[in-house]
Design a protein around this ligand. Structure first.
Ligand code: SF4
Length: 571
């Protein structure tokens, strides 16, 4: 195998625990395809267990549905009938170190034909398919030969053109397949996460693009931007949307791919499960076990809140398989220098973003306060002690919230709500009730972003771990508190979306009434859907996607692939 094909200069090496370095006996033939297409893709999928669908993989799954059934059984080589076929034939060889599920094996006399199913059309290349696909097929032929079959030929069936294209499999291709299998094992054994491809068109079709973040990671590793900027290869917005069920007494059921939400008054709403990103349930809502199972099957998180908006917990499907990342996160947690540097970044960005909010929205920004916040942000950048950071953050927060009321618009010469600073548990005025509620939803979203990135939301670097406290989600949300949560609250008040009648006031606390909570959630979701320019990468993206990108980049930093976490700071 050519040295160029597997350039090793920029590969990241890390110490993995012994158990993770033990490579499996067999390399799946699909990984032979992937390691030739992109070593990083192979590593992310096979070693780290990452997976995501895109339209190509969904198409591919549909194409394989016809052949990906229970194996129909292939007779032993010495007992082959005159003719026939077997689908989904699973073969392995310890000597070759390869395993494969062969889509279709046709029997022709005393020989067999191997057919691999692929989505789309055959590429316009004289070999009939690209090298990775041909090598995958060669691995299947090798396996059949190893099991004593005489192989007459091999072909790829392209579903879109409904045509079988014969592929020549020769010694040279066998060598490529064997070499690729050896390389895949080597990467596993050494714990080598290969760097992303550089400015490659291959990334456009890659389902792991949102996990790999090739241009972003490449840029942060090199610290030089490609001449034509960083490509946003993943969508700016998700096509899936969150569902909130807030009415006490509502019921959630399921049929097929639909969730049925029935209000106490019997009004029924249907939600398409494939278009749902998560379901948040507030207070006493009934949910059928079937509906819970369906969400778990589809890996849609179910987030549970009290009636008052306190985050209670979550029910999620299979946890991320990326053990390597989890172990790295736990190791980094004990690395005081690493943790403090990260914490300092979170606090610095939070102060800068809070200052930006005052600069943009305050009717008469107090220059002294702005200057002091800038000074505090700089101190946070240089701070090497978490205890001192807490002090700096507290001082900045006091300054910010003492100026917060200046961002609220007066109505008839008067502020709609009085605000004398932050209070909570329970909030004692409407503005604090709104802030607490929106922060709780933001924590929920950061929790989900952590889980999607394969991080443990409970193990943070700035917020100290406590039983059940989502410390990492709280860390990650710091930089977004002012620009997402506070901004939502200011919009709600300044645009008159909420008024004094929307709150339940008692002697000791203030709560948002049920119908008003719906308006708050809507305003928050609108804020998340807003397209903004990413301050580091310069492309347009909405906040909801930003959360996931930031969590994924944090995981890259934890794994040591990039030197620092790119802070999200608006200007
Ligand atoms: S996005 Fe590009 S670099 Fe990343 S895994 Fe996919 S093909 Fe490889």
């Amino acid at each position: 195998m050519g040295g160029d094909q597997f350039a090793r200069s920029k590969i990241l090496r890390r110490e993995l625990p012994e158990t993770l370095r033990e490579e499996p006996i067999y390399v799946p033939a699909r990984m032979i395809n992937e390691v030739l297409y992109c070593e990083r893709l192979m590593y992310l999928e096979w070693v780290q267990g990452e997976f995501a669908h895109n339209r190509f993989t969904v198409d591919g799954t549909a194409v394989h549905r016809n052949v990906d059934k229970e194996s129909s059984g292939l007779a032993a080589s010495e007992e082959l009938p005159e003719e026939g076929a077997a689908q989904s034939v699973w073969l392995s060889s310890e000597r070759l170190g390869i395993t494969a599920k062969i889509d279709l094996v046709e029997i022709v006399g005393d020989e067999v034909l191997v057919i691999e199913y692929k989505r789309g059309k055959a590429p316009k290349v004289k070999e009939g398919a690209y090298l990775p696909e041909r090598a995958q097929l060669a691995a299947q032929v090798l396996l059949l030969k190893e099991h004593g079959y005489r192989v007459k030929g091999a072909a790829i069936y392209y579903a879109e053109q409904r045509q079988r294209i014969p592929i020549e499999v020769d010694e040279e291709l066998f060598d490529v397949a064997r070499g690729a299998a050896a390389r895949a094992k080597e990467l596993w054994r050494n714990g080598e996460l290969p760097p992303p491809l550089d400015d490659s068109p291959k990334c456009f079709g890659c389902s792991l693009i949102g996990i790999c973040l090739p241009d972003e990671t490449g840029y942060l590793r090199r610290e030089s931007q490609p001449s034509d900027g960083i490509r946003r290869l993943h969508p700016a917005r998700d096509d899936k949307l969150p569902v909130y069920v807030q009415e006490a007494g509502a019921r959630i059921g399921v049929s097929g791919e639909l969730l049925h939400i029935t209000s106490r008054a019997g009004e029924r709403t249907e939600v398409k499960i494939p278009l749902t990103s998560e379901v948040s349930v507030f207070g006493p809502v009934q949910m059928s076990m079937q509906a819970i199972h369906r969400l778990l099957e589809r890996e849609i998180p179910l987030m549970l809140f009290s009636s008052g908006g306190w985050y209670r917990g979550r029910i999620v499907g299979a946890e991320s398989k990326n053990v390597e990342l989890r172990l790295a996160q736990y190791a980094r947690f004990n690395d005081e220098t690493f943790a403090t540097k990260l914490a300092s970044g979170f606090v610095t960005s939070k102060i800068f973003n809070a200052r930006t909010m005052l600069r943009r929205n305050h009717s008469e920004p107090d220059e002294t306060a702005l200057k002091e916040m800038k000074r505090l942000a700089r101190s946070a950048t240089e701070c090497s002690s978490k205890e001192r950071l807490l002090g700096i953050e507290g001082a900045a927060a006091r300054l910010y919230f003492s100026n917060f009321a200046g961002m609220l618009k007066k109505q008839d010469e008067e502020l709609p709500f009085r605000f004398d600073g932050r209070n909570r548990r329970p909030p004692r005025d409407p503005v604090n009730a709104l802030l607490s509620f929106v922060y709780a939803i933001l924590v929920k979203d950061m929790n989900i972003a952590c889980m999607r990135a394969g991080l443990d939301p409970l193990i943070g670097f700035y917020h100290r771990p406590r039983f059940g406290r989502p410390s990492l989600a709280l860390d990650l949300m710091e930089e977004f508190r002012p620009i997402v949560a506070d901004s939502t609250v200011i919009q709600l008040i300044n645009n008159g979306i909420v008024g004094p009648d929307d709150f339940l006031v008692t002697a000791s606390s203030v709560a948002i009434k049920g119908p008003a909570r719906r308006k708050v959630v809507l305003a928050y979701e609108q804020r998340l859907d807003q397209l903004i320019t990413h301050p580091v990468f310069g492309y347009r993206i909405n906040y909801r996607r930003v959360f996931e990108v930031q969590a994924r980049l944090l995981s890259r930093h934890i794994l040591g692939e990039i030197d620092s976490y790119p802070q999200f700071r608006t200007r």
